[in-house]
Design a protein around this ligand. Structure first.
Ligand code: SME
Length: 166
């Protein structure tokens, strides 16, 4: 799992997430612009797990329409531009302010199929420092059942850093 030039991530997934978290924190350190921080995180996450992460990116709460998510920085094929709260996996995670793992997206009521090659996904909420929902991190996989509690813990830790590591 090649990542930053000259770096290899550990084979153990939890250790890989810990190393990746440190890399992302180092890259975004000192950069206050949140789009730059999200874009860097999406890039490093997608490159870390190329076999499992088919689409990796952020949907952000639209300040002009606070009950809608609008697409943010991502790596992958063309994503939907907008997702209302409560719709699809991203909208459900935003409404519940909680991580959702879906082993088979075709069995999820209201799943939004931006790309029919996606078969499973994990969506993690991203919070502002004041506790408001800033958006969600959406990772889709061509594999079924691609995500587990190690992915959840790793991605939640990275998302928690996105607005707090300075
Ligand atoms: N799978 C998401 C939609 C976004 S994309 O697939 C990029 C969902 O159901 O929320």
């Amino acid at each position: 799992m090649a990542n930053l030039p000259g770096r290899e991530l550990p084979a153990d997934k939890a250790e890989a997430y810990a190393a990746l978290r440190a890399e992302i924190a180092a890259v975004i350190s000192g950069e206050p612009n949140r789009i730059a921080r999200y874009a860097s995180a999406a890039c490093l996450l997608a490159q870390a797990f190329p076999a499992r992460f088919f689409w990796t990116g952020f949907y952000l709460v639209d300040p002009d329409k606070p009950s809608e998510l609008v697409v943010g920085p991502y790596q992958g094929t063309l994503g939907c531009l907008r997702i209302p709260f409560g719709k699809g996996v991203c909208g459900a995670a935003a409404a519940q302010r909680a991580t959702i793992i879906v082993p088979d997206v075709h069995a999820f009521p209201g799943h939004i199929a931006c790309d029919s090659r996606s078969n499973s996904e994990i969506v993690v909420p991203v919070f502002s420092t004041d506790g408001a929902l800033a958006g969600v991190l959406d990772v889709d996989s061509e594999q079924f059942d691609a995500f587990d509690e190690i992915d959840q813990a790793g991605l939640e830790a990275i998302c928690a850093d996105l607005l707090t590591v300075s």
